[in-house]
Design a protein around this ligand. Structure first.
Ligand SMILES: [Zn+2]
Ligand SMILES: [Zn+2]
Length: 115
């Protein structure tokens, strides 16, 4: 009986243990059925986790009463809790940008003065 090594568990298994796959050279997937199932379960878990995180993010946005003054995006509750000012005026991204701009504004006149 023809055997094939699974790329995942490295075990030699009969071809019947591999799903068929047209694009593969030998017409079979390089992962055995049980590994394929395992990775499918893992992917499913990952998708569920992502969906949950997305739901949470949506909830966070819904709960937020503040919007960023610059980009008008709602500021997440999670960010509000960690923000320097309360209520926060800017979202995390704009805050970072504002700090950078402020720093540049401080540096530039000093440099032009020196010249
Ligand atoms: Zn395997
Ligand atoms: Zn913003």
């Amino acid at each position: 009986m023809k055997r094939k090594r699974c790329s995942e568990c490295k075990e030699l298994k009969p071809l019947s243990e591999f799903y068929t796959h047209k694009q593969m050279k030998d017409g079979r997937l390089n992962k055995c059925k049980s590994c394929k199932k395992k990775s499918a379960t893992r992917r499913q878990a990952e998708l569920t986790r992502k969906a949950r995180a997305y739901d949470q993010a949506k909830k966070d946005r819904g709960e937020s009463m503040w919007r960023c003054e610059r980009c008008k995006n709602p500021i997440s509750m999670a960010y509000c809790k960690g923000a320097n000012s309360f209520p926060p005026k800017l979202c995390g991204d704009c805050e970072t940008r504002a700090i950078r701009e402020k720093m540049q504004a401080c540096i530039l006149p000093a440099e032009s003065h020196r010249k």
